[in-house]
Design a protein around this ligand. Sequence first.
Ligand code: URA
Length: 266
Amino acid sequence: MLDIHHEYIQLLRLIKKYIEQETGERLPLPKRVAAPMIAHSIKKTPPLPSYRQPLPEITPAKDAIPQMVKQPAAVTDNPPKDFDIDTIEKIEESIQGCTKCHLAQYRNNIVLGTGNPDAQLMIIGEAPGEKEDMQGEPFVGDAGQLLTKMLAAIHIKREDVYITNVVKCRPQGNRNPNHDEIEACNSCLIAQIRVVKPKIILCMGNFAAKTLLKKTEGISTLRGKFFDYHGIKLLPTYHPAALLYHPAWKRDAWVDMQLLQKELEG
Ligand code: URA
């Protein structure tokens, strides 16, 4: 204890000397600091953690951490009564001015779908991007151009299929759609599937595949095989936008397109 007291006095002396040098003034000598006082304050100081000691466990409250892993949207496969309608035009009418989610505030157009409502093949993407929002039509940007080429490679014209998205309004900044947005559009999507009654659904990307299949696996696991969706064959594959970023995935996407062609022709 006395050692510490001595060091403390030394420290005060050094500080005093420094101030005197800087100001050119002499300071009075410090009054003697009572050793018991210092001892008291030292006693109160908690011990420094030792690196040898295990750090205490910190268990945050459950909802203190934001959910990082996106869960697939819970899909109600029975659309409510207002979607019990039998044409795409009626669906279109019923969603005019939709405000089921906050994307309504930002959109220029609701992008319902395009193509042949009697198609054998229905393609489902994620959500409209900037160009789609401006033009009111799905897959008209870069990803859409690639989609058209992928279809052409298996001798399918874009206008012969029905193309839509899980979410019908553009998420700002092309971010991923969230659970509420997917849920808000769900009955519309189911109604579209009921009207088109396709032989095959091609789900492009994680959101389409996970939403319809209610699976948690990612697209790289789900792709390349057919699933049963209420009697309709459903094939998940990579989203064309993902193929633009990862050209190496095109090989697998080509395998999927050939599978699709075989199934359509069979
Ligand atoms: N990506 C999609 O998933 N859909 C579009 O319509 C455009 C880009």
